[in-house]
Design a protein around this ligand. Structure first.
Ligand code: SF4
Length: 442
């Protein structure tokens, strides 16, 4: 029995899918202490902030939300406030959490989430503030339990950290070097999720999934891992993110073409349409290389859905560079684009570049790019007509809907949904007001 048993916890998550999944692990850890989750932060005895520092906005939001708890903590000192994630690992961040937030009880870095339980128990005994920020993981990053919200898609970590050092990115500085999980552990986890828990999509996570295995003894490549996981019996599909164009080889195209359990979807961040800007970003590829992958993929995997990330207004980006990005969008015709204005991250080389772009120029550029993408996406809808897609059949607003691997909804009128999630082939037979309708063909 510990004093946490039967009490409530609340986890606040900022940032990417990696953090979302990390919070699922944190919830699992807290539940092993006998705690229950609450949606209401004010009711919680333990409040965990799982932070992100990839963009300034996420950092500011987290900091302001943590500071807002100062009063509640002074009224009820038995509340335990924990900060973990990228912000706590930063050496030169905007906020020095240790000194600026003295009322926070436990601060953990990115490599020691699985010691959260032990730290909470120690804090319960001593009430002495705990700060543990390790430079690298000293034990496995796997946790004994994980509480997932989503009942259809499950996130599974395959590799931690990143060795790429893009000049704008703080991740390698806060998440450390690449560390791949054992393929057998991944296989076991995926098998359990599919066969015992009924998950339909498994999303494999890593800062750069294509780097998977380089640090393993037997050098299992990511494409080999995918083939291995596809051997698991069951009605499920595999997605993965994030891919890096430099490490995305022909073996990936082959496995995406041949393995039916791999979703026909790829998020392949390009970041800029200008090779000059890519070189300054230290991305290790140029536009020619990127376009080669796109062309090969489109040829090998017809109906593939593509998305990307773009940074607008990187230091030194000229009108010519920016127009090359616009040209790229018109050429590739992504199904979705996540575009961000470049923002300086303290501790990264690009933050020191002297040719920073004015905010109003970045603003104009990003808005123009997003307007263009909206037009492209609207126009893209036509490509679905008369084509057949592998879809997960679900119910949306009382109507049966087939959801493609890329997330597009195809309404299936007059079809009785029987509350089971399953894959079926759906043929699009009509497009009205940018909405797709179709019939199940198998
Ligand atoms: S590949 Fe580049 S952008 Fe992605 S996490 Fe690594 S350093 Fe950051």
């Amino acid at each position: 029995m510990n004093s946490y048993e039967g009490k409530l916890f609340h986890v606040v998550t900022y940032g990417c899918q990696m953090n979302v999944h990390e919070s699922e692990k944190i919830r699992g850890i807290l539940s092993t202490l006998g705690m229950l989750e609450t949606e209401d932060i004010n009711q919680a005895k333990v409040i965990v902030f799982n932070t992100c520092c990839i963009r300034e906005g996420a950092e500011d939001r987290a900091y302001n939300n943590i500071i807002a708890l100062k009063k509640a903590k002074s009224i009820d000192p038995s509340k335990v406030i924990v900060i973990c994630g990228c912000m706590s690992q930063q050496k030169k961040g905007k906020y020095n959490l240790k000194t600026k937030l003295p009322f926070v009880d436990i601060i953990l870095g990115t490599h020691n989430i699985n010691s959260l339980k032990e730290h909470l128990l120690n804090f319960d005994k001593s009430h002495v503030r705990i700060i543990e920020i390790l430079d690298s993981a000293t034990s496995s990053m796997d946790t004994e339990k994980c509480i997932r919200d989503d009942k259809v898609n499950a996130y599974v970590n395959i590799i931690y950290g990143c060795d790429k050092f893009c000049t704008y990115c703080i991740v390698p500085h806060v998440r450390g070097r690449e560390k791949s999980r054992d393929p057998k552990d991944i296989y076991k986890e995926v098998k359990d999720l599919v066969q015992n828990q009924g998950y339909k999509y498994i999303t494999l996570l890593g800062q750069n999934v294509n780097s998977y295995g380089k640090d393993l003894k037997d050098k299992t490549s990511f494409a080999e891992l995918l083939s291995y996981l596809c051997k698991i019996e069951g009605d499920f599909k595999i997605k993965f993110m994030t891919s890096h164009p430099m490490d995305f080889g022909d073996d990936m195209i082959k496995v995406m073409k041949t393995e039916s359990k791999i979703a026909k979807f790829l998020h392949l961040p390009v970041q800029s349409g200008s090779s000059k800007v890519l070189a300054r970003m230290n991305r290790h590829y140029d536009i020619k290389h990127y376009m080669k992958i796109i062309k090969k993929l489109k040829r090998a995997v017809p109906n593939i859905s593509l998305s990307t990330d773009i940074i607008v207004g990187f230091p030194g980006e000229t009108d010519k560079d920016y127009n090359q990005t616009i040209k790229l969008l018109n050429k590739v015709k992504y199904d979705q684009v996540f575009a961000f204005m470049y923002s300086k991250r303290t501790g990264t080389p690009a933050a020191e570049f002297t040719d920073q772009i004015e905010d109003d120029i970045k603003n104009t550029r990003v808005n123009r790019l997003l307007r263009l993408q909206k037009i492209i996406q609207k126009d893209q809808i036509k490509k679905y007509f008369n084509k057949t897609y592998d879809c997960l059949i679900q119910q949306v607003n009382g109507v049966a809907v087939g959801i493609t691997d890329g997330g597009k909804e195809i309404y299936i009128p007059n079809y009785r949904y029987d509350n089971q999630n399953y894959f079926a082939k759906v043929k699009v037979d009509s497009i009205r007001n940018h909405k797709l309708s179709g019939v199940i063909v198998s």
